[in-house]
Structures are given as structure tokens and as C-alpha cells.
Design a protein around this ligand. Structure first.
Ligand SMILES: CC(C)(COP(=O)(O)OP(=O)(O)OC[C@H]1O[C@@H](n2cnc3c(N)ncnc32)[C@H](O)[C@@H]1OP(=O)(O)O)[C@@H](O)C(=O)NCCC(=O)NCCS
Length: 231
């Protein structure tokens, strides 16, 4: 198979032109996907919302979003296209969001995640999120609890050192090579971080994104997940 020349993955602000691709990733990644119009409303009407995409050439390979609420950044959604997982896309997206949150004056970042979502939890732990509580029966599809995870202060020494170290490690990773079929070539990383040959893609199972209450139109997020913070 002849590989296309490696192209760097770029993180950019999400626009309405990206919504078809975002929707297809969303449907694949979540058991209760947001409708496309929810993202459109977020982009067009929610001044607290910040959404980004990871782009390889013309292709959207992942996306993430957060709300910046006074001094807190709340991650609302996050996904990498299935065939692109375990190649550092999630890390690039999370790093970009944490950078933006800090620049915009957020003191900490927080989110909800399913306890069963090992891939997402490992990613968040790697980036300094720690368990901060539980929302009982938070997810509407199976009534699974949500773990609340929160970072140390974003401008504190621990987080700054962590992010510098992780940023440097990401910069050292080789660019992703893609075959003529548009799929990445080579083995994704194993859950322990190695690149052993052999086993499968290691993609996370279908999971749900977190959501938070909005000050205005609550229909911009999935209503079953609207909940006040009760830390
Ligand atoms: C969670 C998700 C966004 C991770 O994206 P990704 O692009 O595969 O992540 P990365 O390749 O950047 O992985 C970074 C780290 O995440 C963790 N991780 C990712 N996938 C993992 C897996 N299958 N098992 C264990 N750890 C995993 C590891 O700590 C990894 O670091 P390492 O490579 O040094 O081991 C992706 O699995 C996904 O889209 N899942 C479905 C949607 C979802 O659950 N979103 C989160 C909702 S809260």
C-alpha cells in the first residue's frame, strides 16, 4: 500500500462547515448522540461555548467542546473518529482546550465521564483530572453514574509542568501516515502506551459526552443530562 505523505494534524476552531463530519463522528462515538442542530446552536448562539476540531488535510478526525463559565472550564463533548484513535488526537484536542481555558482565565477544568469509559478516564487522568465526586444515575440510557473529574489549578505549578512535559512528548511523536483508503497506517498505541504489533485498535466503546446546564435555551444540550453542579 502506498502511503500518502505525512501531514500534521491541525487543531482549529469548529465552524458550521464542519458539522456534517462532526455529526458522523458523534453518531459513531456516543450511545445518545447530540443532534446536528445542537452543535449549530452552540456555535451560533452560545457565547460561552468553544468548539474545536482536529483536521488531517481536509478530513475532520476529532472534535471537542467546552463551556467557559466565569472561572471554570467545563468540557461538554469530546471524540476521535474510530479509525484514528490511539494516535494522539485526543491529547492534542485536550491540550488545546486546556490552553484556551487557561488563557481565558479559567481556574480549573471539570467534566463528567462514565466510570466504564476507561479510555476517556485514562486520557483525563494523564492530563491531571482527578475524581471529585459522583452524579448518581446521570446517564439516561443506562442510568450509569457520572464521575466528576476536575483538574488542579490550571496556572498552578503542577499543571504547568505536566502540560509542558506532555506537550513535548506529543511534539516528539511521528506524524500520522495515512493510506490511500484514508485510514491511518500502522498500529495504534496499546493501552499501556506502547506501540506493540499485533492486537486490535484499542478504540473505546460507545460512550456519552457530558453536558452542563445552560443559562438560556436548554435545548442546546441533551435535556436528559441537564443537571446542576452539586459538588
Ligand atoms: C476518549 C477518546 C476521545 C480518546 O481519543 P484518542 O484520540 O484515542 O486518544 P489519544 O490517542 O490521544 O490517547 C491519549 C491517552 O488516552 C488514554 N487512552 C486512550 N485510549 C485508550 C484505551 N483504549 N485504553 C486505555 N487508555 C486509553 C491513554 O492514557 C492515552 O495515552 P497513551 O497513548 O500514552 O497510553 C476516544 O477514545 C473516543 O473518541 N471515545 C469515544 C467518545 C468518548 O468516550 N468521549 C469522551 C466522553 S467523556
Amino acid at each position: 500500500m502506498v502511503a500518502r505523505p505525512p501531514v500534521a494534524v491541525v487543531i482549529e476552531r469548529m465552524t458550521v462547515d464542519d458539522l456534517d463530519a462532526v455529526h458522523s463522528i458523534e453518531q459513531d462515538a456516543f450511545s445518545t448522540p447530540w443532534p446536528s442542530h445542537a452543535y449549530r446552536q452552540e456555535l451560533e448562539s452560545n457565547r460561552m461555548a468553544h468548539y474545536i476540531v482536529a483536521r488531517w488535510g481536509d478530513e475532520i478526525v476529532g472534535f471537542a467542546g467546552m463551556w467557559l463559565l466565569v472561572d471554570e472550564a467545563h468540557v461538554t463533548t469530546f471524540a476521535t473518529r474510530g479509525t484514528w484513535r490511539r494516535r494522539g488526537i485526543g491529547e492534542r484536542l485536550l491540550l488545546a482546550m486546556l490552553d484556551l481555558a487557561r488563557v481565558r482565565g479559567a481556574r480549573e477544568a471539570t467534566l463528567e465521564v462514565r466510570p466504564s469509559n476507561t479510555a476517556a478516564r485514562r486520557l483525563y487522568e494523564k492530563y491531571g483530572f482527578r475524581n471529585a465526586g459522583v452524579r448518581s444515575r446521570y446517564y439516561s440510557d443506562n442510568h450509569e453514574d457520572a464521575l466528576i473529574m476536575t483538574t488542579e489549578p490550571l496556572d498552578g505549578r503542577e499543571m504547568r509542568v505536566r502540560l509542558i512535559t506532555l506537550r513535548e512528548a506529543l511534539a516528539r511523536r511521528p506524524e500520522i501516515e495515512v493510506g490511500p483508503d484514508g485510514r491511518p497506517i500502522g498500529q495504534p498505541r496499546e493501552p499501556d502506551g506502547s506501540n506493540r504489533e499485533g492486537s486490535g485498535a484499542g478504540a473505546a466503546g460507545s460512550t456519552a459526552a457530558s453536558s452542563i446546564p445552560g443559562p438560556g435555551d436548554p435545548s442546546i444540550i441533551r435535556p436528559s443530562r441537564v443537571t446542576r453542579k452539586t459538588l
